[in-house]
Design a protein around this ligand. Structure first.
Ligand code: SF4
Ligand code: SF4
Length: 441
């Protein structure tokens, strides 16, 4: 694609990066076929190519974002299916991230929207605040249908997504020693923010599998949210400051083989720290090192000699590939191969490249599109008649579980169970309801 940025514009490293991306696009339109928002409504402006044109026009002319640009960029899930499909290697993720920052700086959203976004940015990345918000959401949960009926769709979406049980305490900084006489590895675990408050069993399972395999696990003092929640709504400075805090925390640890991450949305962001902080002389080098050490839990476990415990159950697992894992990190084989190796029967979900509608805070900010994508996803999953759904991202688990009675668990919970850990809580509850006699397994 031809571009006409001036030399003065290209002196801005963000513009220079976006110009390179725009020039790679040959407007072939292959990406349109796999874009979930285009598939729903067939509007070219809600396709990757349409959005690329909007972003090009806005940046090239150095224009403030219009309501139309904000509408179509906001509807983008950042699922990155377009990047997997694109034959020209267009780095849509960096382009849309830049566009979101430009929108945040130049477009004044309606007051309610500004408040909601500020509230999400100030609550969700901070586990203590998020705990309080979840506790309040439990009280409001019965009023979700009322909120929906009076048009407060985003409030209704938040209340529906909140769990009925109380929030959990986040994992405290500590070291989990490796089992056995010989330490085979040392990793930092990103405890995360939302992940641990909503579903602490995920990191607990990861820690059990790792330590059982001879790997020491460190939860670093000072590490917190990876920055993706605010990054995806264009709040660049907040995202960078959260990234810097994590880099400081992990740089203080010695002898790390990897930084292991159980939420694939966070993993995609941590792996991008090198790019995000490329112009910060104080952090660029360390950011690149941290990004190079980041591994999804399934990537790290795939290199360990895991063996099924005697009790490994041969359940049918519908494997939902989180977009951030399959498109963002290109980790596709490892989770399924691990599950098969440990005795599960794994079924791929038809149209598995399509997003479930979770996408960070998307299911709150765009509840209608998110609901339609969830209904489609749940329909294809239920058609497989699985015993359990596995995913590598808490966002997907929460989003899908809100639309089905099937249990949705993290892949590492199944890996832990099959290698000697406890049955995942969601599966145990489901089994005790459906088959009381099987619940003990
Ligand atoms: S597939 Fe790639 S090159 Fe083709 S229009 Fe989409 S982004 Fe551009
Ligand atoms: S990131 Fe996903 S929703 Fe956004 S343009 Fe690409 S395919 Fe479409």
């Amino acid at each position: 694609m031809q571009t006409s940025f001036t030399l003065a514009q290209l002196a801005d490293p963000d513009i220079a990066a976006s110009e390179k991306i725009l020039r790679a696009c040959v407007h072939c339109g292959f990406c349109i076929a796999t874009c979930p928002t285009y598939l729903l409504d067939g509007n070219e402006l809600d396709s990757p190519r349409g959005r690329i044109y909007l972003i090009k026009d806005m940046l090239e002319n150095d224009r403030p974002a219009t309501a139309e640009v904000a509408l179509h960029i906001d509807r983008c899930l950042s699922c990155l299916a377009c990047m997997t499909t694109c034959p020209s290697g267009v780095h849509y993720m960096h382009l849309v991230d830049h566009a979101r920052v430009h929108i945040e700086h130049t477009y004044r959203r309606p007051r309610g929207e500004r408040l909601l976004r500020a509230m999400l940015a100030k609550l969700m990345p901070y586990p203590r605040r998020f705990q309080l918000a979840l506790a309040a959401a439990i009280l409001g949960k019965p009023f979700a249908p009322l909120a929906q009926a009076v048009g407060l769709k985003r409030l209704a979406a938040m209340l529906r997504l909140a769990p009925w049980r109380g929030p959990y305490r986040p994992l405290a900084p500590q070291i989990f020693p490796a089992a056995g006489p010989r330490i085979k590895g040392r990793v930092a675990l990103l405890a995360g923010c939302v992940n641990d408050v909503l579903a602490p069993q995920i990191n607990a399972a990861a820690i059990r599998v790792l330590t059982r395999s001879g790997v020491e696990v460190v939860v670093a003092e000072g590490a917190g949210c990876c920055g993706s929640l605010v990054h995806h709504i264009g709040r660049k400075e907040e995202a960078l400051s959260q990234a810097r805090a994590n880099i400081d925390a992990w740089a203080a640890l010695e002898g790390l083989d990897a930084i292991v991450i159980t939420t694939s949305g966070c993993g995609t962001t941590v792996k991008d720290y090198g790019f995000m902080l490329r112009t910060d002389p104080a952090y660029a080098e360390r950011a690149g090192k941290v990004a190079g050490l980041a591994r999804d839990i399934s990537e790290y476990l795939a290199a360990l000699p895991l063996a099924a415990d005697q009790s490994a159950p041969g359940l049918v697992v519908a494997y939902h590939a989180a977009c951030s894992l399959q498109h963002g990190q290109r980790v596709t084989r490892q989770p399924k191969e691990l599950l098969v190796k440990l005795g599960f029967q794994v079924k791929d979900v038809p149209d598995g490249h399509l997003c479930c509608g979770s996408a960070g805070t998307y299911n709150i900010l765009q509840p209608d599109i998110a609901r339609r994508l969830r209904e489609r996803k749940v329909g294809t999953i239920e058609g497989l008649r699985p015993d359990v759904i596995a995913a590598g991202n808490i966002g997907c688990m929460t989003q899908i579980a809100a639309g089905t009675k099937l249990p949705a668990v993290h892949t590492v919970e199944l890996i832990d169970w099959a290698t000697g850990g406890p049955c995942p809580p969601a599966l145990r509850e489901h089994r005790s309801t459906m088959h009381p006699s099987a619940a003990a397994g």
